[in-house]
Write a protein that binds this ligand. Sequence first.
Ligand code: HPA
Length: 244
Amino acid sequence: MIGIIGGSGVYDIPWLENAVELIAENEYGEAKLKKGHVGSLEVVFLARHGKTHSIQPASINYRSNIKALYDSGVRNIFSTYAVGGINPKYRPGDFAIIGQFIDFTWGRNGTFHDKPGSVVHTDMSEPYSKKLSEVLKNSLQQLGQNFYENQVYICTQGPRFETPAEIKAYSIIGADIVGMTGCPEVALAREFGINFASLAVITNLAAGVSTALISHQEVLDIFNARMEIISEVLRLSCLGVSTI
Ligand code: HPA
């Protein structure tokens, strides 16, 4: 079973065959899933912000989402993120495959190992699966898309966008792109040993990188313009998992 977590702009997967919607319950809460097929492969989709983008980044129940996917048998996840480009090489609409994260969030439930007596330190040397990232890369290449690999993603608390001073600081500490939802999602998946790879879409240049103001509508507009390609990258990537 392959999992897809859709971020801003990805609220459905049009190519899922025989899809059924269900609500999975676990000790952390519930998660809305859509299960279906592509060919003989089973795929389950989860819209991180809800179908109508009603859940803000810090309020997402990352633990119930990841647990629900794990309980469904998911061992490989592709996730998508709308991000701001910190590195000035980016143009809106470009793709990035994430290689590392820097977590600037606070107050989110970031571990499954929080029971008294259970102290587990999960290795994060390779948070994103090299094999799955290679699958994403092959799909992007097959579709002739411009992308950057092994990018450093910084996760901010949101829901506000950043100040130019914050972005300058993030740039100095090595971040290429900025978003609000990558953490603790990937770390929770790694706690379960799930292979995780992330496709980011640069929807805007981060604050101060360009003089333009940033609006959520602009983020969604750029994302929507790339939606057909994103959907196809995800479809090809699911099919690609069976070959690794
Ligand atoms: N900052 C944080 N999150 C984002 C941005 C941004 O500029 N663009 C899209 N998601």
